[in-house]
Design a protein around this ligand. Structure first.
Ligand SMILES: Cc1ncc(COP(=O)(O)O)c(C=O)c1O
Length: 372
C-alpha cells in the first residue's frame, strides 16, 4: 500500500524540522565527552534555582492532571505585564501557539507573509494548513517591513515578524512597526514573535504589547520561557492578544497542553528577576568576547539583539559542521537559512566561547589543508 496516497497532499510539500543536534547524540555517535551545544539559543546558565526547587516540590503530584487553564501562571503574567487574564494564552512552547494560530485562522490558499530567512516554524504552520507562504527577503539582514506590507493582498491572513529575528539577531524599530500597523488592513493578523525579548538592548525596540492593551484585535505578541528563563526542555511559551482572539485560538488547544512541572517552573522563574539579570549580563559579556574574536579573525558578523550571532566564517558551514562536532562543539549551519558560509552561534559562557574559538581555529586550519 502506498501511504503517500492516503495522506493530506499538502504534507508532501513539508520538510520535517531539523533541530539542533542533541548533545547526547553527538557523544554517542562520536564516542566523545564534554560536548557543548551552541546551536539552539538556550541559556548557558540553565534554569533559575527557584524553578528547579518548585519542580522538586511538584514532582510527587504528577499523577494529577495539570490545570488546563494555567491559572496561577496566567495570574503572575497578568500582574507582571499589566494585562487581564483573558489577554493571555499559554502553549506547549511558543511553537505550539504558532501552530494554534495557524489552525485558528488559515483556510487552504490563504496567504501568510513572512521574511526569508527567518524562524522556520512560520512556514511549517502555514504549510500544515495548506496556506501559501509569501516570502520577503531581508534587507541587510533585517526585516523590510515596507516590502512586507506591499505583499499584503485580500488573501493575506497572517504576517509574522520575528523580533529579534532568528537567525540574524536584528530588530525592527518602533517607528517601522507603527508605520506598518497604520496601513495594515484589519483582516491581517500581525504576529510579533518576541522569543528573545529580554535580551534586547536597543532603545528603539517597539512596545508591541501596547497595541494589545489598547484593544487592537489584529496583533498577537508571543514570548517564551525557553530562552532567558532557561526552561526549553519543559516547553512553555505564552502570548498576548485581544480576548476575542484568545478565545478563538483556545478552541484549537488540547485541554492539558502545558504540563504541571512546566507551569510551576515558569511561575517560579517569573519571580526570579535576579536570574534574568544575571543571564542578560552573561550574554552581554559573551557578545563582547565573541565580537572581539570575530574581529581578530577578520570575520564579519551581524550585531545581535539576542543570544546568538550570525557570523560569516568564510568557508562552507556544511563542511565545517562535522569537523566542529569532532571537537565537541555543536553550532547551527547557515545553509538551512540559505547562507552556507554563515553559522548561527549561541552566546555561551566565557569558557564555552573560548572552546568554540579553539575548535574553530583548528577546524579552519584542517579545511585549509584538507586534512580531515
Ligand atoms: C524566534 C523563535 N520563536 C519561537 C521559538 C520557539 O520557542 P519555544 O521553545 O517557546 O517553542 C524559537 C526557538 O528557537 C525561536 O527562535
Amino acid at each position: 500500500m502506498d501511504v503517500s496516497k492516503l495522506v493530506r497532499q499538502n504534507l508532501a510539500t513539508m520538510k520535517p524540522y531539523v533541530p539542533g543536534k542533541p548533545i547526547e547524540e553527538v557523544e554517542r555517535e562520536l564516542g566523545i565527552k564534554n560536548v557543548i551545544k551552541l546551536a539552539s539559543n538556550e541559556n548557558p546558565l540553565g534554569p533559575s534555582p527557584k524553578a528547579v526547587e518548585a519542580m522538586r516540590d511538584a514532582a510527587a503530584e504528577v499523577h494529577i492532571y495539570p490545570d488546563g487553564n494555567c491559572f496561577y501562571l496566567k495570574q503572575a503574567l497578568a500582574e507582571k505585564w499589566d494585562v487581564s487574564l483573558d489577554n493571555l494564552m499559554i502553549g506547549n512552547g511558543s511553537d505550539e501557539l504558532l501552530k494554534l494560530i495557524a489552525e485558528t485562522f488559515l483556510h487552504p490558499g490563504d496567504q501568510v507573509v513572512m521574511a526569508e530567512p527567518t524562524f522556520s516554524e512560520y512556514t511549517f504552520a502555514a504549510k500544515l494548513m495548506n496556506a501559501e507562504c509569501v516570502y520577503v527577503p531581508l534587507k541587510e539582514f533585517a526585516y523590510d517591513l515596507p516590502a512586507m506590507a506591499e505583499k499584503v493582498t485580500d488573501r493575506t491572513k497572517l504576517l509574522f515578524i520575528c523580533n529579534p529575528n532568528n537567525p540574524t539577531g536584528t530588530v525592527v524599530s518602533r517607528k517601522e512597526v507603527e508605520e506598518l500597523l497604520a496601513g495594515i488592513p484589519e483582516h491581517v493578523m500581525v504576529i510579533f514573535d518576541e522569543a528573545y525579548y529580554e535580551y534586547v538592548r536597543d532603545l528603539d525596540y517597539p512596545d508591541t504589547l501596547r497595541y494589545v492593551k489598547e484593544g487592537r484585535k489584529n496583533v498577537i505578541v508571543l514570548r517564551t520561557f525557553s530562552k532567558i528563563y532557561g526552561l526549553a526542555g519543559l516547553r512553555v511559551g505564552y502570548g498576548f492578544a485581544h480576548p476575542d482572539v484568545v478565545s478563538w485560538i483556545n478552541r484549537t488547544r488540547e485541554p492539558f497542553n502545558v504540563n504541571s512541572m512546566a507551569q510551576v517552573a515558569a511561575y517560579a522563574s517569573l519571580k526570579d528577576a535576579d536570574h534574568v539579570e544575571k543571564s542578560v549580563a552573561l550574554n552581554e559579556e559573551g557578545k563582547a568576547q565573541l565580537y572581539a574574536g570575530f574581529e581578530e579573525r577578520g570575520m564579519s558578523y551581524v550585531p545581535t539583539q539576542a543570544n546568538f550571532i550570525f557570523v560569516n566564517v568564510g568557508v562552507s558551514s556544511k563542511e565545517l559542521f562535522p569537523l566542529m562536532l569532532r571537537e565537541g562543539v555543536i553550532v547551527r549551519t547557515g545553509d538551512i537559512f540559505g547562507l552556507d558560509d554563515y553559522i548561527r552561534l549561541t552566546v555561551g559562557t566565557r569558557k564555552e566561547n573560548e572552546r568554540f574559538f579553539a575548535a574553530l581555529d583548528k577546524c579552519l586550519e584542517q579545511l585549509k589543508n584538507k586534512k580531515y
